[in-house]
Design a protein. Structure first.
Length: 324
């Protein structure tokens, strides 16, 4: 659980009071914050309680929250129903926050008086060497990158794999073309593999210009309302709070594309929707994999990839991380 507070998400029970979502307090411990390592652990604690609302919050955001509210929170109780529960003084967890960086940042801001962040032009996942990436803006460069990826993945198969290479280039070309037509900026393919098999996981990154929020409704609120209105019962929607703002995660299983003979192949799709710091754009990161049985592991991987992404401003370096 301590690792989750540093690098992952935790479950926080909430309640709706006067149309506001507030952290739920149990019993008379008004100065205690209850956290859970999973929805299953929370369910075990709630037992027959019909009120079962919760949000997933990145652990780093919880620690930062505690650092600024030690006058309100005395104790953090983790997985209160067991089997492994613990109580940690809030001051101990808050001590992990380094205030010196914040102070240095404030001094730098006062000295330099920087102007406002420029308009957002994209969202960068910062994919490492475990991923092969294809830039979608330039068709010629896109084709060159696909050829290089296919050659790298089939280098041990020799000349007998010519037909396989052609089919792979065709499939990847079609997928990248569809993503580009839909406004995608980058496509990634996980290259990690074991001695027996390769993991099939792809991701496409979009950045949509949507204008300023209006009518008292947030961009994420409108997107969630639109998606849930046509969602199947087995689709899931989770709001995740990060230091960079809220993230909406939408997961569902659907059939593959008939264009490549995948209409009978179930695919797990995990979409992330993120509001940009300029409030004029929305990021959309879409993962797809046939490994439906590995849903939890794929979701953990996708979460970590998205939470370490950064917004990019026009002609500049990344301006804000979703999670740090």
């Amino acid at each position: 659980m301590l690792a989750a507070l540093a690098f992952d998400v935790v479950v926080v029970p909430v309640a709706v009071v006067d149309e506001r979502v507030v952290t739920r307090v149990f019993g008379e411990q008004a100065d205690s914050l209850c956290l859970f390592s999973s929805a299953k652990s929370l369910a075990g604690f709630l037992a027959d309680d019909p009120e079962r609302l919760f949000v997933m919050v990145h652990g780093a955001a919880v620690v930062d929250y505690l650092a600024h509210r030690l006058d309100q929170v005395r104790l953090v109780v983790v997985d209160a129903a067991g089997p492994v529960s613990m109580a940690i003084p809030a001051a101990v967890l808050a001590g992990f926050v380094d205030d010196s960086d914040e102070a240095d940042s404030d001094e730098a801001d006062d000295a330099d008086e920087p102007g406002p962040v420029g308009a957002v032009v994209g969202f960068d996942l910062g994919l490492d060497s475990l991923w092969g990436t294809v830039e979608l803006f330039d068709p010629q460069r896109r084709e060159q990158q696909i050829q290089a990826l296919v050659a790298k993945q089939t280098t041990t198969l020799g000349d007998d794999a010519a037909l396989l290479r052609r089919d792979m280039r065709t499939w990847m070309g079609r997928a990248a073309g569809r993503a580009a037509e839909a406004g995608g900026s980058q496509m990634g393919f996980l290259l990690a593999r074991t001695s027996e098999a390769a993991a099939a996981l792809s991701v496409v990154v979009y950045c949509h210009a949507v204008g300023q929020e209006a009518g008292g409704s947030t961009h994420l609120g409108r997107i969630e309302q639109r998606l849930t209105a046509k969602a199947a019962p087995d689709e899931s929607f989770v709001r995740i709070l990060t230091p960079g703002g809220e993230v909406l995660r939408h997961a569902r299983v659907k059939a593959g594309s008939p264009e490549v003979g995948g209409e009978n192949v179930p695919l797990l799709n995990i979409d992330y929707w993120l509001e940009a710091p300029d409030r004029d754009h929305v990021g959309h990161v879409s993962f797809s994999t046939p490994h439906v049985g590995a849903r939890h592991a794929i979701t953990d991987l996708a979460d970590n990839v998205v939470f370490n992404g950064r917004w990019v401003s026009g002609g500049a370096s990344p301006v804000e991380e979703v999670v740090r």
